[in-house]
Design a protein around this ligand. Structure first.
Ligand SMILES: [Zn+2]
Length: 226
């Protein structure tokens, strides 16, 4: 009985490894489609900065889980993944300008890593609790960022179902305006919407969302010549 149980558990574990979320996500050595690509992932907020908080859901925690989930998928496709944070930490300095210092530190970490692209992961919130849908933002100074944002937005049409949001230009986000390489800010969904907040905390939904981000990068780098 014990041996049977061990075999079953081991087999299930192997199955999960080879079959993640409905699609096989493993490539033969040297075949990895994102090999040689470096991607920076910024999990928004952290530490003393919780970000949005609704329905007992805390943005900084969801951002981190999503960031790691996305990072795992990208790494499994051969990308080198760089994170601005892997834990519940912040880079605030004391006194005035603490938030700015935090963002500047994230910019410095990413610039130093010299990635091909970056993605900053956040969750949205609004007083209008019916608002919903993942949305991608980019800085208009970079054409490639716009291309990446539009590609990602297209793949987020099902997050949640019927999401009609469009990729949007934004010149006010310090991270987007400061970084020298292409990249986007992903607002994964609205925590102020009870149903979407529940989805954003659901492992299967997070997994599917991370796969949509992976598919975006596969398409983005697949079309890029150099
Ligand atoms: Zn945020």
């Amino acid at each position: 009985m014990r041996r049977w149980l061990f075999g079953w558990v081991f087999g299930l574990g192997l199955f999960c490894l080879l079959w993640q979320g409905g699609a096989p996500m493993m490539w033969a050595m040297g075949d990895a489609p994102l090999a040689g690509r470096r991607i920076a992932i910024d999990a928004g907020h952290g530490g003393i900065d919780s970000g949005a908080e609704y329905h007992a859901h805390v943005e900084k925690d969801i951002n981190l889980v999503l960031a790691k989930c996305i990072g795992d998928k990208l790494a499994s496709a051969g990308a080198e993944v760089v994170y601005t944070r892997m834990d519940d930490v912040d880079y605030y300095t004391r006194g005035k300008g603490g938030k700015r210092a935090d963002l500047k530190k994230r910019v410095a970490i990413i610039e130093e890593a010299r990635p091909d692209v970056f993605v900053s992961v956040h969750c949205n919130a609004s007083k209008v609790t019916s608002y919903q849908g993942a949305q991608v933002f980019y800085h208009p100074k970079n054409e490639e960022s716009k291309r990446l944002a539009e590609m990602m937005q297209k793949r987020l049409a099902d997050f949640p179902k019927g999401n009609h949001r469009q990729a949007q230009s934004n010149t006010h986000v310090l991270l987007l305006s400061s970084l020298s390489m292409s990249g986007v800010l992903l607002e994964a969904g609205y925590l102020s919407n009870g149903e979407e907040a529940r989805l954003l905390c659901d492992t299967a939904y997070q997994n599917r969302l991370a796969e949509a981000v992976l598919a975006t990068f596969l398409e983005y780098f697949g079309e890029k010549s150099e």
